[in-house]
Design a protein. Structure first.
Length: 367
């Protein structure tokens, strides 16, 4: 359904909290932000119904939701989300990175989950509104940012397997530091579980994909690994993605390779950005199927020199080794980031922080 074509976008009503976090407490929380544990003072809420379209847009105090026990999201899992960050620029302003790409992916996820279509302009404006009112929560430290979580849930009070007729679009935020503690991560190659199948929801950013990955993530932890890597569901042979991020490898001919988007892999915005930046810097880039056995052999022979994970939360995180029952594949020294991994991370983070020329127009300045 194309709501934007039949209704005008709602104007936001601003309802500042009456109990804001005091400056001293906020600064203490920002000193060493823990990922996903501390939240800002406000949230954005916009309602949808089939009759009214998107309406009742508010920036209001962050508070618990009041939801009926029969709300369809609790029973049939119509839920999607995005992950974004707001950054302090070297000029002192605040910006997000490629928010229109997140808005497009959000619409694609909604379409796959038979949910209401949220206009891209409304998505971006909702995020902007929250960043403006909670700008003091954007950290100043190196590698720190304000993590933004736009999401949509179905709150239609109905027990029946059908698309809901009522939804909530909400944006919350939390200050964050690095997702991983530092150094190269170890990754368990799951042989017992798969993340997605052709025709499924692998390309949608929905909670069910992540819930299904948790048992495999627990398996990885039991084997002393930081993350899990999934293989394709058909042959259990080709690399797809990790528990919550995409994966890339560097060959000995300086070609950056990553699995192609075939409907079972989330089309990561960080992934797309890195591929563009790498190509523009003169690197050869390939999106090709990666056979896990060939990757293990290539790591041993030196054909695959570096590996890294990439995503909004992980940014660019070096991978030191893949592990599986038969043994492990080690990249570089297995402990630190390779030169190309560091180069690509620097290119990306310099762009996000306004330290380099934004030739692509990806930096969306809010303040």
């Amino acid at each position: 359904m194309d709501v934007a074509s039949r209704t005008s976008l709602p104007n936001f009503i601003i309802e500042p909290t009456t109990t804001p976090t005091d400056a001293a407490t906020r600064e203490a929380l920002l000193a060493k932000p823990v990922f996903g544990r501390v939240f800002t003072d406000h949230m954005v809420v916009v309602r949808y119904s089939d009759e009214k379209g998107w309406h009742d847009a508010k920036v209001t105090a962050r508070r618990p939701l009041s939801i009926d026990p029969a709300a369809s999201v609790l029973h049939y899992a119509q839920e999607i989300f995005e992950g974004m960050k707001a950054y302090r620029l070297k000029t002192g302003g605040i910006a997000t990175f490629r928010p229109e790409a997140n808005a497009r992916r959000f619409r694609d996820s909604a379409a796959r989950m038979a949910m209401a279509d949220l206009p891209e302009e409304l998505f971006v404006e909702g995020v902007d509104q929250l960043v403006r009112i909670d700008a003091d929560w954007v950290p100043h430290g190196e590698g720190q940012s304000l993590y933004l979580r736009p999401f949509m849930i179905s709150d239609d009070v109905f027990l029946g397997v059908k698309p809901a007729s009522e939804y909530l679009f909400i944006v919350i935020a939390c200050p964050v530091g690095a997702y991983f503690s530092g150094g190269a991560v170890s990754v368990w190659v799951s042989e017992a579980y798969t993340r997605a199948a052709p025709g499924g929801t692998g390309a949608a950013k929905c909670g069910g994909n992540y819930a299904a990955s948790l048992v495999a993530q627990s398996e990885a932890k039991a084997h002393g690994c930081d993350q899990v890597l999934f293989l394709d569901s058909r042959e259990r042979r080709f690399i797809e993605e990790m528990g919550g991020m995409n994966v890339m490898l560097l060959r000995d001919d300086d070609t950056l390779v990553t699995p192609p988007l075939t409907g079972t892999i989330l089309p990561g915005i960080t992934r797309a950005s890195i591929l563009t930046l790498a190509a523009e810097s003169g690197m050869k880039v390939e999106e090709v199927p990666l056979d896990i056995n060939e990757v293990f052999e290539g790591a041993a022979s030196g054909r695959y020199r570096e590996a890294f994970a990439c995503g909004t939360a992980a940014v660019v995180t070096p991978i030191g080794r893949f592990r599986r029952t038969e043994g492990e594949a080690v990249f570089g020294d297995g402990e630190t980031a390779g030169q190309v991994t560091l180069k690509l991370k620097t290119m990306l983070t310099d762009l996000q922080a306004g330290r380099s020329n934004d030739a692509q127009g990806w930096v969306h300045r809010i303040l």
